[in-house]
Ligand binder design. Sequence first.
Ligand SMILES: [Zn+2]
Ligand SMILES: [Zn+2]
Length: 438
Amino acid sequence: MKDLLGKKFKCNYCKDIHKVEIEDIRYGNLDEFCKILDRNTNYKKLLILCDNITWEVAGKKIKENIKNNISIPLILKPKNEKRVTANYFYIEEIKKNIEKIDIILTVGSGTITDMGKFVGDKYKIPVISFPTAPSMNGYTSPVCAYIKDGVKITIPVKPCKYVYIDENIICNAPIELIKSGFADSLAKSFANADWKISSIITGEKFCTLPFEVVSSAEKKYINKGSLILKRDKKVIKNLMDGLNLGGISMIIAGSSSPASGGEHLISHFLDMYACQRNIEPFSYHGLQVGTGIFLSALIYENIKKISCDEISKKLNKIKIDYDEKLNELIYLFPSSEKKLKEIFENKIKITKKLREKLPEKWSEIKNSVCNMVYSSSKIKNYFKKVSCPLHLKEICDNKSLINKAIKLSRFIRERIVIFDIADEIGLLNELTEEYLKM
Ligand SMILES: [Zn+2]
Ligand SMILES: [Zn+2]
């Protein structure tokens, strides 16, 4: 990781120049961190951004320990929900509090970090991240996800300048958040495979480095779920490294492609559903993503078995009624109609291209992606050790919604994912039926 931080270099794989803007990721403890902040004369006025929970976990103590510089806490409190989620109305609240601020210090996990990055990017204020849980890869990623008018939006933002991790704090985070980070980190092989397919079909850029960067880190914790449950410090630190490298892999790629594929759309779909009905989220981000990973694994497994002759036949046999799909989506997410229509239109264009190219590119696709991903039985084994939900029914008791999430989530983002191929060849319908009986 140290070799990448703050570096600009020519890539051995894609020959482009990559630049990792994060200056440093350091482990230590809260007191040392406050001393570092206090010594830095550029940080005259700090905004300590946290929510009601992370204020108690670390925010308050950081505020007390900063002596030389001015620190202003902004403690977000849940509005009509149990915990603060990344909703645009909190971002507006942060915007009102950043006058003359030199640095935003995010004390929290995904929600707080993403919203801090959003505001920091908009007002050109550097962001320092103080993670409270190894729950996702946003501490180092160059994107932020939030909900506005009921739609889940992911936009590019400047990554944090500096990440400072107190090992004791992340090891003592709620276990569901740690599990969430574990599951989220396992998305990368599937996301990279989806990205590779997309590059084969559309000609968009693909680089192997993001996948390389995360693969070796993953080996240090993927099979150690039982130690994670015991809060083993070394393994949790390895998980945190894996997550942070996942974020860096997105900086290298210049997009969320290497960390967020079709598996993430399942999670975004559930978030949108909960948000538009004013109900609590079904689960944490990573745990929702985990169920998407298992689905992706099932699809990839089946894709492997389809020959080049069969693919054309299957494509010809299936005629999807796209208008009906769009109507179903709008019925589910009425307040996002305009945005969904826009995305849908582009998705249909790209799907046409996919259908055209699939027969000639089929062997290339199979050869290059099928061994990038884990089998469903491996995923099952890894998830079991850390008791992560595998099936959507473990986090959602609405069977019809599960059915819709699997069949429609591909239409909430333009990028090609494995669910697109599965749907266009009729595999998705077959698999969903089996899946619902599991
Ligand atoms: Zn490259
Ligand atoms: Zn994620």
